[in-house]
Design a protein around this ligand. Structure first.
Ligand SMILES: Nc1ncnc2c1ncn2[C@@H]1O[C@H](COP(=O)(O)OP(=O)(O)O)[C@@H](O)[C@H]1O
Ligand SMILES: [Mg+2]
Length: 481
């Protein structure tokens, strides 16, 4: 490429991205000399980067954004912190109270408007009326999403769009894309074209290189006890026939193994043989542990184990639960055991400082997706609620999809309350009270009535600055990827 072509390419990029109307050319021309010198090797990369950043900053040093012309111009304070969660905004921003650090460290240029993308078009509009989802904007107080609809109404197609677009927009604005953990009950996310598009890897429930007894920190009796109890609780809630005596035996077996191994975590097959020795007979716990040990769901070779952080990396990891052959108990137990590890992973994520004001932009770290989520919501495990409540502090969002609205309120847990954005496809018998209870405060009786007669891919969409609009969602097969 000739220097002229470099110059015109650089100028086009600068013009496309510069938000300051009328300033583009002067801002650009001040720096083009440097760009050209860099291309000919005269300037260091960091000099170029520093100057490149200045292309995107206003003369006052304010953050360069497209907010004024953007679809969601301006933040909406009404949407901030209404979930009842401890809203530790100071905690989120770390030491950066006035945003200056962020402006000088290059985050501005990288982030731009953060993750923001098209999800569909208004149904009731005369012209083309696109609507977006903007998880990169902190005015959306958390990134959790609920997707509802009868079989075949377009949930999975929309979810694939969300995955693909979250990956693309974070790659473009953050450098590296966010990680994604997907629990796939119906083998919907394993086709090669989709995996190639999103950077996905399918994990079979066989020789998974994780240890569910791994401790987040150093061994103490208290931390081992907590882990042993959590594991026992998962089995006890999901499988029938595990009584208090068996639970106690299982906890003691795990604790003894921790001690016998000098604080190292035991493996599943060691827990099974330890339990057999202790009890002296095959009971229901042996039967349940065998469901993991006989098919070697988790790897038995300790040297093959990976920390969860390495296992997930920055990939889209699809856990193919359908390979467990319809054993829904073991599918659900596997999901919850892995969610415990994912929760520890979340706690180790960097809390990126927010950048700028109006809009204030956040960096994302990871998303969890559970399609057919009623499978795990039904048990009210605390880990799911903790991920939903605490996720935003760590740049993490949770997407839960299920067939009915009633799936989102289980016993005393209202998961719907902690999902700020919603796509409600066709479902029978919806009431406006139901919608309002699930954090769609603007929903009316007319909205509820219409939901039961929507066509496939049409949905009632609610999110930042979209207080309930009927849209035709963008199915993945129309993204052209
Ligand atoms: N490649 C495609 N081209 C056209 N239609 C498709 C394609 N893939 C899926 N669909 C249609 O999209 C609709 C919604 O499917 P899906 O998202 O799997 O529904 P749900 O997850 O709600 O059960 C189905 O009617 C299906 O026929
Ligand atoms: Mg589906």
């Amino acid at each position: 490429m000739s220097p002229e072509n470099y110059a015109s390419t650089a100028q086009r990029i600068a013009l496309e991205h510069s938000p300051i109307e009328g300033h583009e050319i002067s801002v650009f021309s001040a720096d083009i000399g440097l760009v050209l010198r860099q291309l000919s090797g005269e300037e260091s990369h960091s000099d170029l980067e520093a100057n490149w950043q200045s292309l995107f900053s206003s003369p006052t040093g304010q953050i360069a954004t497209e907010a004024d012309g953007g679809l969601f111009a301006g933040g909406d304070a009404n949407h901030v912190s209404e979930t009842g969660e401890d809203d530790t905004r100071e905690d989120d921003t770390g030491e950066d109270e006035n945003g200056e650090d962020c402006e000088s460290d290059g985050e501005i240029v990288e982030l731009g408007l953060g993750s923001k993308f098209l999800v569909g078009h208004r149904l009731d509009s005369v012209g083309d009326s696109p609507l977006e989802f903007w998880p990169g904007n902190t005015a959306l107080n958390q990134m959790n999403v609920g997707v509802v609809g009868d079989l075949g109404t377009g949930k999975t197609q929309l979810l694939k769009t969300l995955i693909s677009e979250l990956r693309r927009t974070t790659r473009e604005t953050q450098g590296t894309p966010i990680s994604f953990l997907i629990f796939d009950y119906k083998n919907d996310y394993s086709d090669q074209a989709f995996l190639d598009d999103v950077g996905g890897v399918v994990v079979s429930p066989s020789s998974i290189p994780l240890n569910v007894f791994a401790l987040a920190g150093p061994y103490t009796r208290a931390s081992a006890f907590k882990r042993a109890q959590a594991f026992t609780d998962v089995l006890g809630k999901i499988y029938a026939g595990i009584g208090p005596i068996q639970r106690n035996n299982l906890v003691e077996t795990i604790m003894d193994l921790f001690q016998a191994k000098g604080g190292d975590s035991p493996l599943m097959h060691e827990v099974l043989s330890g339990y057999r020795q202790r009890v002296g007979a095959a009971d229901s716990v042996v039967g349940v542990l065998n469901k993991f040990v006989l098919p070697e769901v988790f790897v038995e070779d300790a040297s093959a184990l990976q920390p969860f952080n390495d296992f997930l990396g920055d990939k889209v990891l699809v856990i193919n639960l359908s390979e467990l052959g319809g054993d829904s108990h073991t599918q659900n137990a596997l999901v919850i055991l892995m969610l415990d590890l994912y929760y520890e992973y979340m706690l180790s994520r960097e809390k990126w400082p927010f950048v700028g004001e109006d809009p204030q932009i956040r960096k994302l770290n990871s998303f969890l997706l559970v399609d057919e989520a009623t499978n795990i919501m039904q048990f009210e495990f605390p880990v799911l609620e903790k991920l939903l409540l605490q996720g935003r502090q760590y740049g993490l969002g949770v997407i839960l999809a299920s067939q009915y609205l009633s799936h989102f309120k289980v016993g005393s847990t209202n998961y719907g309350e902690i999902l700020r954005s919603w796509f409600v496809h066709k479902v029978p018998h919806v009431t406006d009270a139901q919608l309002r209870m699930l954090s769609m405060p603007g929903a009316t009786a007319a909205n509820a009535a219409r939901i039961s007669s929507l066509n496939n891919h049409e949905a009632f969409y609610s999110s930042l600055n979209v207080e309930g609009e009927f849209i035709r969602g963008l199915p993945y097969f129309e993204l052209g990827r």
